[in-house]
Design a binder for this molecule. Structure first.
Ligand SMILES: *[C@@H]1O[C@H](CO)[C@@H](O)[C@H](O)[C@H]1NC(C)=O
Ligand SMILES: *[C@@H]1O[C@H](CO)[C@@H](O)[C@H](O)[C@H]1NC(C)=O
Ligand SMILES: *[C@@H]1O[C@H](CO)[C@@H](O)[C@H](O)[C@H]1NC(C)=O
Ligand SMILES: *[C@@H]1O[C@H](CO)[C@@H](O)[C@H](O)[C@H]1NC(C)=O
Length: 933
């Protein structure tokens, strides 16, 4: 009797524990008919292509090895396919090993062994095991090995196959690309184990907002990264890596393969607005938020470093080396201290000190001299750190615009003092208040990483496991880099009522530069074909509100056109995020009932979306023969497959999914100007600059042009009494032949001296500068920014209103022209309401009319142009010849504008304005008017 043995095992390796579970089964080949056997053999012998290729001595030949990843909107579906033939004379074991990222979910595995197809389906774990056991009871069995390594887990399949037979394997998994330090990094472990005639890797990226950059960094696959080909268009990237047999050889004539390592594709997306992106597809939405161009908040950090005996040697050296770099990163605006602990707790400084060069140098010296020994008193060390932050806070040392955090570096379980983990967890939570964050780093395998992760997540932080290999120091530095630039705090993503449901965590305590916040959910049926969201964030005293809008059908229509996109990505992506969130809720759940409820939810979702999670397993079965293979994951979710270390969702706190009161939803797309068009109380400067001053008492509009040079800065309002100045800088139109260059306002700036805030609006972007902080915002998103008494309201691609203390407000209107227009350039119009409350010291081209002059117009008569009447105007003691004309108000209709009739003053407003227009030229955008009139 020919027999075919299927080797199987379940191997779970974590930390120091190691379980091994091996089951062997047998499987009768009689089940294959003679005919089938014959067909199989022929299939092998007459394989499509004849390669000048010998199988290795062991008679196993991998005919093909193909990997394909489809990434759409950061969600990725990867398929590993391999086709292997036993060309040897005897039955033997064939292996299929794939290392997959720890945070990925396996979604399917199928194989065809000797003509029999096994198809995978995800089942509840116990049900799968029971079914599998039934199969085994009938003498048919199979298995899978899953093991832990750095950030990867290994999926292993071994099948014993008879001579001449072929086996096809196909593994599918899905994962989310998390942004770290400004990039998404997609990694594929390529380990075919031997030379492969048909070897190919394809990575397809489709990003709806566009791709900013793609890199294929040189990794372990040194020989080959040059061979990877990149095709890049605005929204799509395709990377192909297809080494020939010769190129795979370790050396000429070698039979060993050099393809063994990590293949990496790094990319980032384009963010045109302020980092908000809302994608809607297949009934689900994903909101991304990754602002840049904001000044980082300063930090108050207590480093808490484990210096127990187990840290002795390399681990301590690596920690010291990483700390040198980390301390160097501190600035004068940061405050810090160091606590080192074994069974005792020592403080380098009892109080937080500024990150000055001198303090940093002393801290570095202190760390270098530490000699690890003794036990581990984590509880005491963390409580001391929290007390230090609390004391600093009580003494008013902690700046509003700062983030207070503890960074714990440990390599072992507590052994001294309080050692009960749940008690430590409670103590820490109590001492941290609502304001401090705990970040924890576990070095090596002796540490209860799950515990470190739990206390970090419970206290608004993140955890990272670091492997004590040669680059541990680099890993620690990288982790620090990820959290060293907090940009925003208390970020909330809100949606109008009844538009969405089942939303993942939408409140985040912090946003770190280079990362990304992600919120996903289902959209509810509605009449509207758009979905909008409002993102609010604080970086006290800076408040930001940003609106995002997405068309509900547009993305799906685009995806259908894209051959290699991951159509329908948003449904599994939502489930992926939701399951990960439930997993962390489960690990923090305090009662068994709660845990059970959450487990049930995870299970339902995992079954619906066919994800292998800690509560599900993949049953791979053959319909015809009732043979089964069980692909199982580690039993305990805490140590297992779904850690997603460093994932952004982990910054999330336990806040209710839906705010109790409806969000302060105020659509800001169509802010009505306070007055009707051309209405009585607005003074404006638009076009090349045409000034139009409205005089409410005389109910008259007076207009004049200023003919100055590009680059000149004109003072519009200068109110030393209020400390407010509004200046505008001229840009010239493109010169065409000998034509005169027209000038327009290219930049308008509002400076509030008492707030030390300047808002500079140009046709490219909007900058808000406060002391050393420089934040920049885009015209491409509707947003509200409030800092101190200054409020900036941006209406997407249309206008910006800057208000200072509710007294002075100016509106800048954006005029965009066709990019290739031969002469015109983008420019700004300025609209200043007459309701502005200036002090009596106000002056400037517009500010001087805060106090309305007496104006008398008489001697109305026909002019040279019969359509334009002429008259005499008496103002400020002069008699001026004026012409009846009109100017445009563009607030409602930016293309055509609406006409406003006015009396036009010739010669750059001479006689109407005080002095000469050149008296209003100032040196800088924040200069007050110097000229005395
Ligand atoms: C798994 O793959 C097989 C073969 O391609 C397919 O028939 C089956 O529907 C897949 N299962 C899932 C859940 O996608
Ligand atoms: C490789 O094999 C060819 C033919 O057998 C031989 O001519 C050549 O010298 C070999 N090269 C090396 C580096 O051994
Ligand atoms: C989604 O929300 C609906 C309504 O709130 C609820 O009934 C359902 O259980 C939720 N689904 C999941 C997977 O949480
Ligand atoms: C603020 O930063 C932008 C670039 O992000 C720069 O163009 C601008 O000049 C800066 N403003 C100040 C006042 O530093």
């Amino acid at each position: 009797m020919k027999s075919l043995a299927l080797l199987l095992g379940l191997l779970i390796l974590h930390q120091t524990h190691c379980f091994e579970f091996l089951v062997e089964g047998e499987w009768e080949t009689e089940m294959l008919s003679e005919e089938e056997h014959g067909r199989l053999k022929r299939a092998v012998l007459t394989s499509e292509e004849q390669y000048d290729f010998q199988a290795e001595g062991d008679g196993i030949m991998i005919k093909s090895y193909k990997v394909e990843s489809r990434i759409t909107s950061r969600f990725c579906h990867t398929t590993f396919k391999s086709s292997v033939v036993n060309t040897g004379p005897n039955a033997q074991s064939i292996g299929f090993n794939v290392q997959i990222p720890k945070h990925a979910f396996i979604t399917n595995f199928t194989m065809n062994v000797n003509g029999i197809t096994f198809v995978g389906s995800v089942r509840e774990k116990n049900a799968a095991r029971a079914l599998y056991a039934q199969a085994r009871a009938r003498g048919m069995a199979a298995g899978i090995v899953r093991a832990n390594s750095q950030n990867m887990e290994t999926f292993k399949m071994e099948v014993n196959v008879p001579s001449g037979s072929k086996t096809d394997f196909e593994l599918h998994y899905q994962e989310m690309m998390y942004r770290k330090l400004g990039f998404y990094e997609h990694t594929l472990h390529l380990q075919p184990g031997r030379l492969v005639p048909q070897f190919q890797v394809d990575v397809y990226i489709y990003e709806p907002s566009g791709i900013a950059s793609v890199e294929i960094p040189n990794t372990q696959l040194k020989h080959f990264t040059d061979m990877a080909k990149l095709t890049l268009t605005s929204h799509k990237a395709h990377v192909v890596y297809k080494p020939s047999l010769e190129q795979q050889r370790m050396c000429e004539n070698c039979t060993a393969t050099a393809v063994n390592g990590i293949f990496t594709v790094k990319y980032d997306v384009l963010r045109e607005g302020n980092g908000e992106e809302l994608h809607v597809s297949d009934g689900h939405f994903v909101q991304f938020f990754a602002p840049a161009n904001l000044s980082p908040l300063s930090k108050n950090i207590v480093f808490v470093i484990d210096v127990s005996g187990s840290m002795w040697g390399v681990k301590m050296k690596q920690t010291v080396s990483a700390m040198q770099a980390i301390l160097d990163d501190l600035t004068m605006d940061d405050y810090f201290s160091i606590i080192d602990f074994n069974h005792n707790v020592r403080c380098w400084s009892e109080e937080l000190v500024p990150g000055s060069k001198i303090q940093v140098a002393e801290a570095k010296k202190y760390i270098q001299e530490i000699k690890p020994n003794g036990g581990t008193n984590i509880n005491e060390a963390l409580l001391r750190a929290a007390q230090m932050l609390l004391k600093a806070s009580k003494q008013g040392m902690i700046n509003h615009r700062s983030v207070s955090m503890i960074i714990l570096v440990s390599d072992g379980d507590p052994t001294v003092g309080e050692i009960k983990l749940s008690t430590i967890q409670k103590n820490v939570k109590k001492s941290m208040r609502e304001d401090f964050s705990l970040f924890s780093v576990g070095i090596g395998f002796d540490v209860d990483y799950d515990f470190l992760e739990r206390i970090a997540m419970e206290n608004r932080g993140m955890a990272q496991r670091i492997y004590s290999n040669k680059d541990a120091s680099e890993q620690l530095r990288m982790f620090y880099s990820q959290i060293s630039s907090p940009l925003l705090r208390r970020i909330t993503v809100q949606f109008p009522e009844s538009t969405v449901s089942n939303v993942t965590h939408s409140y985040f305590d912090k946003f770190f530069s280079g990362s990304e916040l992600v919120v996903a959910g289902k959209i509810l049926p509605s009449e509207s074909n758009t979905l909008s969201s409002l993102i609010t964030a604080t970086a006290d005293p800076l408040d930001i509100k940003i609106e995002a809008v997405a068309d509900i059908t547009e993305l799906d229509a685009q995806l259908i056109q894209q051959q290699h996109s991951f159509t329908g990505f948003s449904r599994p992506m939502w489930a992926y995020l939701y399951i990960n969130q439930l997993m962390s809720e489960r690990s923090q759940a305090t009662t068994a009932t709660k845990k059970r409820m959450i487990t049930k939810k995870i299970l339902d979702l995992a079954l619906e979306h066919q994800f292998v999670t800690p509560f599900t397993a993949l049953l791979v079965e053959s319909q015809g023969t009732n043979e089964r293979v069980l692909a199982d994951a580690p039993k305990d979710p805490k140590h297992g497959c779904c850690g997603g270390s460093g994932s952004i969702v982990r910054q999330v706190e336990n806040t209710p999914l839906f705010p109790e009161s409806p969000p302060p939803w105020a659509p800001t797309t169509t802010p009505a100007p306070s007055e009707a068009i051309g209405g009585p109380s607005i003074t404006r400067v638009d076009n090349d600059p045409h000034f139009n001053v409205h005089l409410p008492k005389s109910n008259m509009d007076i207009c004049f042009n200023i003919d100055s040079k590009p680059g000149n800065i004109l003072n519009l309002v200068s109110d030393p009494g209020a400390g407010v100045v509004v200046n505008g800088q001229l840009v010239g139109s493109k010169r065409l032949g000998k034509e005169k260059v027209n000038t327009y306002f290219g930049t308008i700036s509002v400076f509030s001296q008492p707030d030390d805030i300047s808002v500079s609006v140009s046709t490219d972007s909007i900058h808000l500068t406060h002391g050393n902080n420089n934040h920049s915002f885009s015209w491409r998103a509707t947003a509200d920014i409030t800092q101190n008494r200054v409020k900036v309201s941006i209406v997407k691609e249309s206008q910006v209103t800057v208000t200072v203390g509710d007294k002075i407000s100016v509106m800048m209107l954006l005029h965009r022209v066709w990019k290739k227009h031969p002469t015109h350039v983008d420019f700004l119009g300025l609209y200043v309401p007459n309701t502005n409350q200036y002090t009596s010291q106000a002056h400037g081209l517009i500010g001087q009319f805060g106090q309305e002059p007496e104006v008398r117009v008489y001697n109305l008569h026909d002019g040279a142009d019969p359509l334009k009447k002429e008259a005499t105007m008496e103002v400020k003691g002069s008699k001026l010849a004026v012409t009846r004309g009109w100017q445009k108000d563009y607030r409602q209709d930016k293309k055509r504008g609406s006409d406003v009739f006015c009396w036009f003053i010739h010669n750059s407003g001479k006689g109407f304005i005080d002095g000469h227009y050149t008296n209003y030229i100032v040196p800088r955008l924040d200069s007050f008017l110097q000229h005395q009139f």
